[in-house]
Ligand binder design. Structure first.
Ligand code: GTP
Ligand code: MG
Length: 137
């Protein structure tokens, strides 16, 4: 079993898509082992998106992700990292297939509803940024 860091971004929370995201995760058979509603502090956002520091969209990305509450989750299941990325769809919603969350609900690359770790090392790092070990049940 694998764990990944999954998140409903501020646009997803504002648009009332938390239930839809949870429904899809649960119906797929994933287990939610950690979950909280939070507003991400700026420093945490910069750490989370550290790989993008210096890129032209970095400031906008940090502003967006700190602009309102997110739902932070740790999701567990078979091949959870890759499976959750598949359910999210392509980063740019214009390329995201119908049936994926981004394909069905997002319109622009700047506000694309959900996040998921992209590799095992990333998952471990991101889970550690957002959750204390005792918050995972
Ligand atoms: P996250 O789950 O948010 O990490 O998305 P991702 O893993 O599919 O994409 P990536 O980590 O490469 O980029 C993080 C976020 O930066 C994306 O979700 C986009 O919102 C934004 N982003 C990435 N590339 C671009 C780009 O070329 N232009 C713009 N405007 N935003 C970008
Ligand atoms: Mg990413």
């Amino acid at each position: 079993l694998e764990r990944t860091y999954a998140m409903v971004k501020p646009d997803g929370v504002k648009r009332g898509l938390v239930g839809e995201v949870l429904r899809r995760l649960e119906h797929k058979g994933f287990k939610i082992v950690g979950m909280k509603l939070m507003q991400i502090p700026r420093a945490t956002a910069e750490e989370h998106y550290g790989e993008h520091r210096g890129k032209p969209f970095f400031e906008g990305l940090v502003s967006f992700i700190t602009s309102g509450p997110v739902v932070a989750m740790v999701v567990e299941g078979e091949n959870a990292i890759a499976e959750w990325r598949k359910m999210m769809g392509a980063t740019n919603p214009k390329d995201a297939a119908p049936g994926t969350l981004r394909g069905d609900f997002a319109a622009t690359i700047d506000e694309n509803i959900v996040h998921g770790s992209d590799a095992p090392e990333t998952a471990e790092r991101e889970i550690g940024i957002f959750f204390k070990p005792e918050e995972l049940l």
